[in-house]
Write a new protein. Structure first.
Length: 248
């Protein structure tokens, strides 16, 4: 009887830990691997698969180009020109600010064949929002995009700063969104502390892997400078550039 009680107690402790991890606010991360091996997420993020959340594609020679865009500083247009040169399609996760201030650019990205996706309206920490507040962040961006462009926002969501918990993913799922994280990113977001071109290019190419969902910030001067070289290298290596529509 005592042994059975101990087993039940241990199970309840493990169940409690499991529930707490699923409810706890997380900062998304992924461990890089050597030799172009595909990375895997931490076991604590296992609940992602229950809510239409993805971070990597199939084990094929395909790369999914994704960009988080909150404003334009001249580099997004440069990146758009480079993507067009290579006929490479990407996904841009946008905020209300860039949709309103740079509507023509956003329309151009859409007409070039890129997916325009939801990064929330105001880049808030979604783990601190109620369901109603979360829905407002998502729906207000949808409305602004529709009003200003006449187009419908694609149903792909990326939480600002990668901050999420299970309820965030479930809220997005209920609204018909797939949540898209990434299998590679690097410190490219600080315009006053841009990485060296050679370092950035080597880091990105060394970590290229099958099914990669790469997160880049298109406001980065370094990214704008090296994108043409990166696309050339990936094409020579036999990679194609896929659409998030393939995920799932």
């Amino acid at each position: 009887m005592k042994r059975r009680t101990k087993i039940v107690s241990a199970f309840l402790i493990l169940l409690s830990l499991y529930v707490n991890v699923r409810a706890e606010a997380c900062g998304y991360y992924i461990m890089r691997k050597k030799d172009h091996e595909r990375p895997v997420t931490d076991a604590c993020f296992s609940f992602m698969k229950d809510h239409n959340a993805f971070y990597i594609g199939k084990d094929d020679k395909v790369i999914y180009l994704t960009f988080d865009a909150g404003y334009e500083n001249g580099n997004i247009e440069r990146i758009a020109d480079t993507l067009k040169k290579h006929n490479a399609k990407a996904a841009f996760f946008v905020l209300d600010n860039i949709v309103r201030r740079n509507t023509d650019l956003i329309v151009r990205l859409s007409e070039d064949g890129h997916l325009i996706c939801n990064h929330t309206s105001r880049h808030k920490d979604c783990t601190k929002l109620s369901k109603e507040e979360f829905e407002k962040e998502i729906n207000s961006l949808e409305s602004a995009y529709k009003e200003l462009t006449g187009k419908t926002l694609e149903k792909y969501f990326r939480p600002p700063e990668g901050r999420f918990d299970e309820k965030t993913l479930s809220y997005a799922d209920e609204l018909g969104y797939k949540t898209v994280f990434w299998s590679f990113a690097y410190a490219d977001w600080d315009n006053n502390k841009q990485p060296d071109r050679g370092y950035a290019k080597k880091l990105i190419l060394d970590n290229t892997h099958n099914g990669e969902v790469i997160l880049l910030h298109p406001t980065s001067k370094t990214n704008a400078d090296i994108l043409d070289e990166l696309l050339n290298e990936w094409e020579r290596a036999g990679y194609r550039f896929g659409s998030l529509e393939e995920l799932g």
